[in-house]
Design a protein around this ligand. Structure first.
Ligand code: FES
Length: 108
C-alpha cells in the first residue's frame, strides 16, 4: 500500500490517501466537505478537475474516455501519484446532460 498526498487547490486542504482508498472516502474520514450523491460513478456530483497527477478510476462510468484524463470522480478514483485537485469542477458532459434534459422538457 502506498500513500499519496492529495491537495485541493484554493482551499488549503491536504490529505493523505492510500492507493487502495477512494479520494471521497478519505475526504469523509478527514471531515472535508466533498460533495457527492450516488457514490457509484454515475452522477458526477463528486467531480474534481485533475490539476496535477494521476488517478485510476475504471468504474467512473459517468465520464467519457477523454474526460478521464482531466477529471476525477472522487467516489471511484484512487490516487496513483501525489495529486492536485480542483473540487467542484465538472466535465463538459454534465452540461450536455442538462441540455438534453431541458430539450426533453421542451418537447412536453
Ligand atoms: S457521487 Fe456520483 S459520481 Fe461520485
Amino acid at each position: 500500500m502506498t500513500e499519496y498526498t492529495v491537495e485541493f487547490v484554493g482551499t488549503g486542504e491536504t490529505i493523505e490517501v492510500s492507493d487502495k482508498q477512494t479520494i471521497l472516502k478519505a475526504c469523509i474520514e478527514a471531515g472535508i466537505a466533498q460533495e457527492y450523491s450516488c457514490r457509484v460513478g454515475m452522477c458526477l456530483a463528486c467531480s474534481a478537475e485533475i490539476v496535477e497527477g494521476e488517478v485510476t478510476q475504471p468504474a467512473a462510468r459517468g465520464l467519457t474516455e477523454a474526460e478521464r484524463e482531466d477529471y476525477a470522480l472522487t467516489c471511484m478514483a484512487r490516487p496513483q501519484s501525489d495529486l492536485k485537485l480542483d473540487r467542484g469542477v465538472y466535465p463538459p458532459s454534465i452540461e450536455q446532460d442538462a441540455a438534453d434534459a431541458a430539450a426533453a422538457a421542451d418537447d412536453d
